[in-house]
Design a protein around this ligand. Structure first.
Ligand SMILES: C[S@@+](CC[C@H](N)C(=O)[O-])C[C@H]1O[C@@H](n2cnc3c(N)ncnc32)[C@H](O)[C@@H]1O
Length: 148
């Protein structure tokens, strides 16, 4: 295995997890900045050509995990690996953000759901190639149907 090292840190308005929208239909319109450390900035070359990025980051303020969890988007328990719970055996998170602009080492993005100061582990271009009719959304689709 490997020891992850941050390639940068998130600047976001969220100082407290309670302020981050959760549950069914939660939207994340907030802008934030991904600040990439000098040693990794060359890796941003050509990134302006992408509208959306996958950001892999660490839940650095989570501890422990349960394999069955009741997420904020449902009142029924589900397997951890069918949820986006911050409490996981490997506390790794993934967020798709919209790239608004780049200023050197700073990526201005929209769609942050990370706390301020969150370590960034990796960035990849977002390229979805799964047709919508082939996507199944598991218990989340059922929870949404019960709410409507
Ligand atoms: C439900 S998780 C989803 C994260 C990511 N979009 C994913 O799918 O992996 C988002 C929640 O993680 C929590 N969170 C955000 N930043 C965190 C951090 N640095 N450490 C621990 N928890 C964090 C907040 O409670 C936030 O509402």
């Amino acid at each position: 295995m490997f020891t992850p090292q941050p390639i940068g840190f998130v600047h976001s308005l969220f100082k407290d997890a309670a302020a981050i929208p959760k549950g069914l239909g939660a939207k994340h319109p907030e802008a934030g900045v991904l600040e990439i450390l000098p040693a990794f900035v060359a890796g941003l070359t050509d990134i302006e050509g992408y509208s959306h990025l996958i950001v892999l980051w660490a839940f650095d303020r989570s501890e422990g995990f349960d394999l069955i969890v009741t997420p904020p988007s449902d009142d029924r328990p589900h397997g951890l690996f069918t949820t986006r719970s911050p409490r996981r055996p490997n506390p790794i998170a993934l967020t798709v953000v919209e790239l608004l602009r780049r200023e050197g080492a700073l990526l201005h993005v929209r769609g942050v759901d990370m706390l301020d100061g969150t370590p960034i582990l990796d960035i990849k271009p977002y390229l979805s190639n799964i047709p919508e009719e082939k996507l199944r959304r598991g218990w989340l689709a059922e929870a949404e149907a019960r709410q409507s």
